[in-house]
Each structure stands twice: as structure tokens, then as C-alpha cells.
Write a protein that binds this ligand. Sequence first.
Ligand SMILES: [Zn+2]
Length: 487
Amino acid sequence: MAKRIIGGIALVLIALAAVVLVRTLLLSYDLMEVEIVERHNFDDEGAIERLSTALTYPTISHQQPAAFDTAAFEGFLDFLEASFPRMHEELEVERVGDYTKLYRWPGTNPELNPGILMGHYDVVPVEPGTEDQWSYAPFGGEIAEGFVWGRGALDDKAGVLSSMEAVEYLLQTGYQPERTLYVAAHHDEEVGGLNGAAQVAALLKERGVELEFLVDEGLPVAEQIMEGIDTPLAMIGVAEKGFLNLELSVNREGGHASMPPRQTSIGDLSSAIHHLKNNPMPGRFDDLVKNTFEPMAPDLPFVYRMGLANLWLFRPIIERELTNIPHTNAAIRTTVAPTIIQGGIKENVLPARASAILNFRIHPRDDVDGVIQYVRDTIENDEIMIRTMPRARNPSVVSDHEAPAYQQLRQSVKEVFPNTPVTPSIFIAASDSRHFRELTRNIYRFRPIRARPGDQTRIHGTDERIGVDNYLEMVQFQIRFIINSTS
Ligand SMILES: [Zn+2]
């Protein structure tokens, strides 16, 4: 009898193993046959020079509006006009919300909804005291060691300039789009985009424009994503997380610290934060994450592939693994980070009030109200007041990765970056594209910037730079995408 049971179990295990193995082997590549296209012969030296010059304008978005440097912004716009003469001559150009430029390239077929390429040319300041740590001056636009160096090289002047290089080149070749194309260069993304992107979106809406697609800054072509994987991965942001700051505060009777009551304001607040840390919102390896991983499956080590192909069995293990790495954790759940804590003025006085600010990044599965409810339920303390701070916003919808525009992005990547799987992914940061939610469902956040581990600290940090060859690839990509999406 025992023998039969063991035999039965063994059979079940063998069957299980067979299923796991077959599913693993069936996992497919991101196969898309693209025709070899010839490189477009644009003015590459000039393109690098223009990017370099663009970086010399300190178009800084300051938190204090009074620090705004009008001359830098005006100078930059004059520079664009001088650098891309045909674009300024042959396209419809208008100035929106002070310093934002909107271009319209009318297509021959008015039946087609227009697309928009956008980016921002404002940059964050260089943190005082870190100027010396830069290898080249942050506003020098130096070309050295195979890179163009300076604030804005990655975020996002290369994005703005590369799309203009592409338009200028295509105008020179006599290209005529069938689909109308807008190009927008926003000027205040780093401080919320209310005068730039939000105004452009309002204007287009007022004119009754419906957009077929929107491409904005976003995820890169990631290299060396994992040890042993040499294949780069082009990640297209199909969703963007929401944002919420909550202030938690406790008001209790203060008093002398020599006879503390069992409950104090700082004590209550601390245990609330502790509870939230130990009970994170659920993370899930859902379709969004699965779609991100799947196209790179063939390059993954066997055990990862096995897990991925057999989520029915390994999902809990995978979710636990992803939770342990900060950036994959952020991709699978709403995260919380305590960022400010206040309370107390003297070492022997119990403060009456203590408060903390918690910063939430909301996963597309959740929303603002749901997060507030989760906080209430988790801290289980009515003495703690919860206040929603301004600027809260829900996550974006998840854009369709089967829509034509996504497929055109994918095709354009493959034409310029051979053997690069393309995956729909979640964008953890925020972009101006959120102002356009009512104009299109097809929002994609992507820049073909080759990024290696460690490069992310250059964005908003020290030694921001972009590879000369990589920038030329960006221009090629923009040309290909304009052709693929508008003809
Ligand atoms: Zn940016």
C-alpha cells in the first residue's frame, strides 16, 4: 500500500516536472521581423554640436519662481529657432504658457488623428556644493571621452533636440507626413508642468483634438540589467504611478518627561509608521509585470525562465524575490516612504504634537482613496489624524501595448537597436504626459538612452552625460518613428 502511495506521488511529481519544463521551453522571444533599413544620413556632427550648445543654457526650474532666469529661456528658444530653421519656417509654431513651444506639422490625411512627440527643456538645479564633483562644468556642454556632458543631457534636452533634428532632417528630404504630427518643447516639467504641458493639453482639448498617441520622456534602453545578461532591453513606459503625500499627526497632552503616560504623541506616531512598514500594500506579479519580463525570457537563467513560465506554481516565490529589490518592489506595489518627521522642542518636555509626512507612489492597481483607507485600517488608531496634502494624483491608466503606436515604437527600436527585446513597463517617476490623460489612451514614456547600472544617479545628479553614438542613435530612432507612425 505504502509503495503504491509513494509510486503515485512520484508519478504526480514527474508529471508536474514535465509540465513545468514544457512551459519553460515554450516561452518565446520578442520576435518581430523588421526589414533592414538604411541609416538616415543626417548631419551628425552638427547634431552633436547643437546638443552641446543646448546644454550651455541654464534653463533651470527653481522651486522659488522668483529665481526664474528669463534670459536663459529666451536664449534657448532663440537658439532653437536658429538651429532648426526649416522647422520654424514650414511648421505652424506657437508659443504657449510663456516659454513652451508647440509645433504642428499638418498631415495630408485629415482623417487620421494626430500624434505628439514631447519633451521638456527645463532642468533641475545643480545641488549647491556639488559643482566641483562634476568632471566637466554642468553648463559647459563639453564633448569629451565620447560623451556630451551637462545638466539636461539625459533629462530631457536630448529628447527635445533629437525630435527636432529628426523633423528638420525629414523636411530637408521632402518628407510629407500623412498623419499630422505635433512636437512640444515644455519649459516647466521639473516644477509640475502647469504652465507648459497642462496649457498645451488644455489648448488641444479646446480645439477638439484627439490624439492617436503621445510619446514623452520615460524609460531607457537598459543594459546589463542582470549578471550574465548581455542583451539590452528597451522598456516602454505604458503606465505611470500615482503620487500622494499624507500627513499623520497626533495631538496629546504634553507635560514633563519625568512621568510619561503610556501613550505619547511620538510613541503613537512611531508605531503607526512601524505598522505601515511591516504591512506594505500587497504586491502582485500581475500582467503588467509579466509583460515586462516575458520578452527577455530567453536570455534569463533557466530558473528564472522556469518561474516565469509557471506562475501558477511559483508566483509567491517570485513575488517575494521581487519584493526584496527596491526597484522591482516599486514595480509591483504601492510603496510608502516616511520623508519628514517632526515633534519635540526640548529634551525633558513631552511634545503635545508630533507629525510625519509619508510619501506614497501608487501602483496602477490602487488609487488615492484606497491608499488612505489602507493607512487607516493598518494603523488602527483613531487618535492619529490623517491629512491629504496637495498635489495628490491617481496613477495613469495602463496604455495598450498592442496599439499601433506601441508596435511602431517597437519596430523603430528594432530597426535602430538590433537584437533588443522591447517590453511594456511601468514608469516609477512622473512625466508631463499625465496632463494629457483626456486626450489619448495611448501614452508611451520612452527615450532610447542606453542606461547602465549606476547611470540613474546622473539624472538630477552629478556628471549627467549622454554617449555621442547613443545620441546619434536617438536621432535615427526619432526619424524612424516619425516615418513609421505618420506615413
Ligand atoms: Zn524629465
